[in-house]
Design a protein around this ligand. Structure first.
Ligand SMILES: NC(=O)c1ccc[n+]([C@@H]2O[C@H](COP(=O)([O-])OP(=O)(O)OC[C@H]3O[C@@H](n4cnc5c(N)ncnc54)[C@H](O)[C@@H]3O)[C@@H](O)[C@H]2O)c1
Length: 265
């Protein structure tokens, strides 16, 4: 047994959708430290470039920023072509990009919630994930090897407790629960579908991250976790490295919940 080797991602090519976001950028740094060549893919290309530049300076790497819209097949095709041209393989896909919706609609009642916003969320949070899995899964089937991590949320497992939001504006819309819950069984479907093909597919379900939300909300949220606090933005990096590496070689079709105990009582 060699524990360091288990978690080692040296020379692995890892695509992170939503790589410019709060958590995606943390994954990019953690995976780079673990040795991976990261592809930071996001609609926000300027942010992708900034993150890649910073990582390259610190870790002497050559990370790849890519402008990607996961709802657009051509955009995904373009990304995959670029990656294959440079690396000739894709080892890990992290389907992390998702939307929480227009902040102005966070307090809109379910009864009045616009169908167009529901549709947009389905397009990004589920169809976008489907398209990325379809395209990159094809590459992985050819390689006879690959790892896919789909990001869900505690709100894909349980409903948001409406009592904790007050005027915080942090309310999660119905589409968030619906799409994040869809991710769980989509993962199981793919793990089953690609059984025997060398592709492992798992879900990561994070809990809420503290990022300057209203104090009262943070207090109420924290009280609902066993650890008594929200997560720091770097607290899912260990789980991502575990799922991406051989450390999780016997795990597929599963859901890793990292939520401070929120869903456990
Ligand atoms: N932050 C949390 O508290 C939390 C909790 C549980 C689950 N999650 C999940 O973790 C993931 C990352 O969350 P985050 O907090 O970093 O969010 P974020 O909004 O900071 O990052 C999401 C990124 O996805 C990108 N994106 C949106 N639409 C896209 C598209 N069509 N194509 C490509 N990129 C697109 C955005 O530009 C953004 O950079 C999401 O799936 C989210 O649902 C987050």
């Amino acid at each position: 047994m060699n524990v360091k080797k288990l978690f080692d991602l040296s020379n692995k090519v890892v695509v992170i959708t939503g790589g410019a976001g709060l958590l995606g950028s943390q994954y990019a740094e953690g995976l780079t430290q673990a040795g991976a060549n990261v592809i930071i893919a996001d609609t926000n290309f300027e942010a992708c470039k900034k993150i890649a530049k910073k990582l390259d300076q610190i870790y002497d790497k050559n990370s790849m920023p890519i402008k990607l819209d996961i709802t657009n097949k051509k955009s995904i095709d373009g990304m995959v072509n670029k990656i294959l041209k440079k690396y000739s393989k894709i080892d890990v896909l992290i389907n992390n990009a998702a939307i929480q919706g227009n902040p102005k609609l966070r307090t809109t009642s379910f009864e009045e919630f616009p169908e167009s916003e529901w549709g947009k969320a389905l397009d990004v949070n589920l169809t976008g994930m489907f398209l990325c899995c379809q395209k990159i899964g094809k590459v992985m089937v050819k390689q006879k090897k690959g790892v896919i991590i789909n990001v869900s949320s505690t709100y894909g497992i349980v409903a948001p407790d409406q009592r904790i939001y007050g005027k915080s504006g942090q309310n999660a819309a119905a589409f968030y629960s619906a799409t994040k819950s869809g991710v769980l069984n989509f993962t199981r479907y793919l793990a089953s579908y690609w059984n025997g093909k060398g592709i492992r597919v798992n879900t990561l379900s994070p809990g809420g991250v503290e990022k300057g939300q209203e104090k009262e909300f943070v207090k109420k949220y924290s009280a609902k976790t066993m650890l008594g606090r929200m997560a720091r933005k770097d607290e899912y990096v260990g789980a991502i490295i575990f799922l991406a590496s051989d450390a999780s070689s016997y795990m597929t079709g599963s859901n890793l919940i990292v939520d401070g105990g929120w869903t456990a009582w």
